[in-house]
Ligand binder design. Structure first.
Ligand code: ZN
Length: 89
């Protein structure tokens, strides 16, 4: 089994879900058409909030979906089995 982890560029926290990281980029604009894009970093929710980069409201950053519970996985498995049985008959 291969496991992919993602790392916050600020605090090095490792997460399994990429939705727990947020791309942070800085764009510098001069008068006229010149713009400079600074390389983006990916920061975790806690780093964004602790540095005041995102609004002070805790709900400003969407929370990652909760992992499925054992009950959720069992219900999904049973539903799939029922669908397969109905499809075969
Ligand atoms: Zn972080």
């Amino acid at each position: 089994m291969t496991t992919i982890t993602y790392t916050c560029d600020k605090c090095n926290k490792q997460v399994d879900n990429p939705q727990e990281l947020f791309e942070l980029a800085l764009v510098l604009t001069r008068y006229g058409n010149n713009t400079t894009n600074i390389k983006a970093q990916e920061w975790c929710r806690e780093c964004l909030l602790s540095h005041g980069i995102v609004a002070w409201r805790d709900d400003a950053i969407p929370k990652p979906p909760a992992p499925p519970t054992l009950e959720d996985m069992l219900v999904q498995f049973i539903d799939q089995r029922i669908d397969e049985k109905n499809y075969q008959s």
